[in-house]
Design a protein around this ligand. Structure first.
Ligand SMILES: Cc1cc2nc3c(=O)[nH]c(=O)nc-3n(C[C@H](O)[C@H](O)[C@H](O)COP(=O)(O)OP(=O)(O)OC[C@H]3O[C@@H](n4cnc5c(N)ncnc54)[C@H](O)[C@@H]3O)c2cc1C
Length: 499
């Protein structure tokens, strides 16, 4: 029997999962280019390029190391495995657990053996055991369990500094006036990158957004350079500005590591170890180190655990019965005068990335309070973001962003009006709309829709005690009829015209 490792384009680690035991001369490598994956949707150009170019670099590395590499082009992963098996009937095919439930089903049905993905720190079984019968699944509880179990930023069984959560010191708005934000690293394309991009153009794959512009690396070395750059320039102020939305920096103090973590070019363990090492060296405040570690061993592992726990039908949740088609402004920011939305959509088109607050409090919030169909918004997010994968988008969008799961993940919807955006961002000054107004032509659409969302969803949400204050506020509105009138205009503008 020939030992064959199938490498999906987003499972590229050469020393984890199925590759941990692979040896040149013994193990052969199989890449399947699936037409379904490449042509099923209009991808952001940089996402499509990253997937193909990162795989092409890994393929070259494997050949240089002496592996035999097979490339199969097929309509789907399933058809690719079948075609390979016809040529190699004695192959025993192994693969690291893939990034979506649909791929997992397809691989198992084709007789591919799955090997746990140990680029995560928490296996699917460990998360399942932690979750047990708990509901809701509180991230903070999971995070403390992770810190203790993994011994990260711990001292004598207690959190370093005596507290688990330093959010109070973090989450500052952008500073007033000029601020020396870190300069993002530029990743120069190499020959393989140029060849891959040309082949995307030659093969006329459908795409949207700007062509590759050096924002993203396509190799493990590039990912390691990005990690060092983050440690040297951004970690120190990561905490205070993790939620800030300035206009003079698109990356703020964020690490820009998610695509590499998700493709297996970096592992959670090495990123966490590097951050802890910098903290222990001195010069990095605990609030920044803890704030970052929370994202990686907390949020990231929690989201992966939730995805595999809830499995396939979770993606179809729609407890708020939201049925508005996708908003045209998401592909054409010139259709709105809302400075926040047009700026964030512009950033996404430019680089396939925005940090977690624009994703949550601008894009998802707008979709939530406008009542956009969750599956439509999920599909758009998956196509547009550089770090998208089914396991990470489904819980973040369906659970966190849109509350479509009725609170299985988050205890209340992240619905907000313009006041939040004004506090945490620098979009509102100079915007056509006034965040403090909820009715009338100059009212901020987010503020109007926030109240209208509560009004429209009162029956479903009124039993949620964490929403009680918001409904008290709604009941105090003397101009609710005016808000409803303005909301209809805003929704019409968002759906068909401009707003
Ligand atoms: C609606 C929505 C959709 C999202 N979609 C994705 C996605 O498709 N892929 C993705 O990797 N992240 C997603 N996130 C999480 C988060 O926005 C990104 O991980 C982050 O912005 C990536 O930039 P960064 O690497 O600079 O992150 P940093 O702010 O530097 O954070 C460090 C790391 O923490 C991890 N992380 C933090 N929050 C989350 C989270 N909620 N879920 C998973 N990982 C997290 C990421 O790996 C990230 O690289 C989403 C969040 C929201 C609210």
């Amino acid at each position: 029997m020939t030992d064959v490792v199938l490498l999906p384009y987003d499972r590229l680690s050469l020393d984890h999962g199925a590759m941990a035991s692979a040896q040149p001369g013994v193990t052969e490598i199989l890449f399947i280019e699936s037409g379904q994956m490449l042509r099923s949707r209009t991808w952001h150009a940089q996402r499509l390029f990253l997937l193909l170019s990162a795989a092409a670099h890994v393929e070259q590395d494997l050949r240089d190391k002496g592996f035999t590499v097979h490339l199969v082009t097929a309509d789907s992963m399933r058809a690719g495995v079948a075609a390979f098996r016809r040529e190699h009937p004695d192959a025993r095919i192994r693969c690291t657990e893939p990034s979506s439930a649909a791929s997992q089903r397809a691989l198992l049905e084709c007789g591919v053996e799955l090997v746990p993905d140990d680029t995560f720190l928490t296996s699917r079984d460990e998360f399942r055991a932690w979750a047990g019968n708990r509901r809701p699944l509180i991230m903070e509880t999971f995070y403390r369990w992770q810190r203790t179990r993994l011994g990260v930023l711990m001292e004598n069984g207690a959190p370093i500094g005596g507290t688990w959560n330093l959010d109070k010191e973090n989450r500052l708005p952008p500073p007033k006036g000029e601020h020396p934000w870190p300069t993002p690293l530029h990743h120069e394309p190499d020959e393989i990158d140029q060849r891959v991009w040309q082949s995307i153009l030659d093969r006329e794959f459908p795409f949207i957004g700007s062509a590759p512009n050096g924002t993203w690396a396509t190799t493990r070395n590039g990912a390691l350079r990005q990690l060092d750059h983050f440690l040297d320039t951004s970690l120190v102020d990561f905490g205070p500005y993790e939620d800030a939305m300035p206009r003079d920096s698109w990356s703020v103090n964020h690490s820009l590591l998610s695509p590499y973590l998700n493709l297996g070019l970096l592992t959670a363990r090495e990123v966490v170890d590097a951050v802890v090492e910098r903290f222990e060296r001195g010069g990095v405040p605990l609030a920044s180190a803890e704030g970052f570690i929370r994202q990686v061993i907390g949020w990231r592992e929690y989201i992966n655990g939730v995805y595999w726990l809830f499995e396939d039908d979770y993606r179809n949740s729609n407890v708020l019965h939201a049925d508005r088609p996708l908003l045209p402004l998401l592909s054409d920011p010139s259709r709105t005068q809302m400075a926040c939305a047009s700026s964030v959509v512009g950033d996404v088109l430019e680089r396939g990335w925005a940090h977690h607050i624009p994703r949550l409090m601008i894009l998802s919030n707008l979709a939530l309070i406008a009542g956009v169909r969750p599956r439509d918004f999920l599909d758009w997010m998956k196509a547009m973001f550089i770090d998208a994968a089914d396991w990470v988008m489904v819980p973040n969008v369906i659970g966190m962003g849109l509350h479509a799961d009725g609170g299985a993940m988050m205890t209340k919807p992240y619905a907000a009006g313009g006041a939040y955006v004004k506090r945490m961002g620098r979009f509102c000054s100079g915007c056509t709309y006034d965040p403090s107004k909820r009715a009338g032509e100059s009212a901020c659409p987010l503020t109007t829709l926030y109240w209208d969302f509560l009004d429209r969803n009162r029956q479903t949400l009124k039993g949620n005690h964490r929403m009680a204050q918001q409904f008290v506020g709604l009941d105090r509105l003397a101009d609710l009829d005016d808000v409803r009138t303005r909301a209809r205009e805003v929704l019409d503008g968002l759906s068909g015209g401009t707003i």
